[in-house]
Design a protein around this ligand. Sequence first.
Ligand SMILES: [Zn+2]
Ligand SMILES: [Zn+2]
Length: 184
Amino acid sequence: MAGIAAAALGVLAWSFMEYVIHRWLGHDARMRPNPFAAEHVRHHGEGNYFAPIWTKALAAAAGLGLVGGPAIWLAGTTEGLSFAAAFTGSYLGYELLHWRKHIHPGYGAFGRFTRRHHFYHHYTDPKFNHGVTLAFWDRVFRTLRPPGVIRVPERLAMPWLIDPETGDVRAEHAEDYELIPAEG
Ligand SMILES: [Zn+2]
Ligand SMILES: [Zn+2]
């Protein structure tokens, strides 16, 4: 039972770290330069760029070591390992979900909402909607904004947004997104 509670705490701890890393390491000028910001600026600038997979594997291994050691020392082997495994697993889940937002339109109202939440951050105002997996911490820190209609520069558009026939936003996304045409 304590193992399950420790795992739940690990998931919560990662989701908090996800917000903190993205908001402050990624977007606060006072924290630069740092390796996360370098990759994150490129992610914003190129639209659908992701850091190479080995950097994520390295981050997961480092996270497991850095979190696992102190957690086992503080809470014992079972609870400490549960916490660290859930923390690292949630980190990898975040990476997967973030990548999927960029390459797949998602399913249902929730899939649609989480994408609009994230692409508001990309294209409307990067000072808001820092939570990639959840909007929860944006609510806590008062950085939550309703997505409205998101204007996406054509050269940065997610592949799923564009209808190859017309070159414009697909009909099913036309209420949520507009394309800013490339110049020239
Ligand atoms: Zn993104
Ligand atoms: Zn960002």
